[in-house]
Design a protein around this ligand. Structure first.
Ligand SMILES: Nc1ncnc2c1ncn2[C@@H]1O[C@H](COP(=O)(O)OP(=O)(O)OP(=O)(O)O)[C@@H](O)[C@H]1O
Ligand SMILES: [Mg+2]
Length: 301
């Protein structure tokens, strides 16, 4: 795909593609009761089996969009389809079964006396028998590497542990899409790596599409299949990571920074007087590209 640009004057939402899309947001607008515009003319979609990153600065509407994906908020204008069904007139009632949201603040999500109770809550609400719900909860806790926390009190967990349990609680409902709001904020590098692995596993092993809202461009460059740039409440550009992150003017327009490996590569190319031919997105890719450049230079010297 090439980078698609949209503007408020010409949002040009593509039509719903029922075969490929799990979620389709068509020109949705939401204004909060105090008059603040959360999103407007928002065009967004989630495909089957993809990780899509919503990238934008503070206050650009990322969380507001995420809260529309499972019916926590409804658009005042525009339409949202989930799994081919338009969400209006009460149709959002069971949406939590299909789209799970992991909030930025785990405190907003965890409420039960123990981790097991918390993760079992969703499956029990889906109508599973207690034994089945327990098995589902244990399976999810294992999937995120948090089985050892099963008897803990959620309130006393560390921030990273709370994030893992929150994800397990959503995974236990086996939704088709999981949307995560700032999934790695406040986490140490070890937990960032764990969450990244979980997000990749959700797609690869569980067949769940994942939406991440983030201003961590390094994270988005490492794991996203598609990047949606959000500014002032609307997606104004989208494309593949190698397209979007190799357009420095576009990233500056979004009020964001280039991912560190991209910036390093462009700086090195500039300093060495080489045209940037490759498009490394991750540190490992950058090292491989630099290795090739250096071995080429040594062979030529
Ligand atoms: N409950 C609310 N009441 C009033 N205004 C709100 C509310 N929630 C968000 N807003 C406003 O809506 C706009 C978008 O906010 P939102 O939280 O969606 O941004 P964000 O991109 O998630 O920002 P951040 O990166 O800081 O989390 C902002 O102007 C914000 O002030
Ligand atoms: Mg937010």
């Amino acid at each position: 795909m090439t980078i698609v640009r949209r503007s408020p004057e010409a949002p040009h939402c593509p039509p719903l593609d029922r075969d490929r899309e799990l979620i389709h947001v068509d020109c949705a607008s939401h204004t909060y009761p105090d008059g603040s515009i959360g999103i407007h003319d928002m065009c967004f979609y989630v495909l089957k089996n993809e990780i899509v990153a919503i990238c934008g600065p503070n206050g650009s509407g990322k969380s507001t969009l995420i809260e529309h994906l499972n019916g926590l908020l409804l658009p005042a204008q525009g339409s949202i389809w989930v799994n081919g069904r338009v969400i209006s007139g009460g149709a959002q009632a069971g949406l939590w079964k299909e789209v799970g949201v992991v909030f930025q603040r785990s405190e907003d999500q965890l409420f039960a006396p123990t981790v097991l109770d918390d993760v079992m809550f969703g499956p029990l609400n889906l109508g599973l028998a207690p034994d089945e719900a327990r098995a589902r909860a244990m399976e999810s806790l294992k999937a995120v590497g948090a089985a050892d926390l099963v008897d803990k009190i959620p309130n006393y967990l560390s921030g990273g542990q709370k994030r893992l349990v929150s994800i397990a609680g959503i995974l236990a409902m086996k939704p088709i899409v999981i949307a995560m709001d700032e999934p790695t904020s406040d986490l140490d590098p070890v937990h960032v790596a764990i969450i990244e692995e979980i997000i990749l596993d959700l797609k690869e092993k569980h067949g769940i599409s994942v939406v991440i809202a983030t201003h961590d461009m390094d994270l988005a460059a490492r794991i996203a299949d598609r990047i949606c740039l959000v500014r002032d409440g609307a997606v104004f550009a989208e494309g593949l990571p190698e397209e979007v992150f190799y357009d420095p003017a576009l990233i500056a327009e979004a009020g964001l920074n280039l991912p560190a490996p991209v910036q390093a590569y462009l700086d090195l190319c500039h300093a060495a007087g080489i045209a940037p031919a490759a498009r490394p997105l991750k540190t490992g890719d950058l090292v491989a590209v630099l290795g090739k450049i250096m071995s080429g230079r040594q062979a030529g010297s």
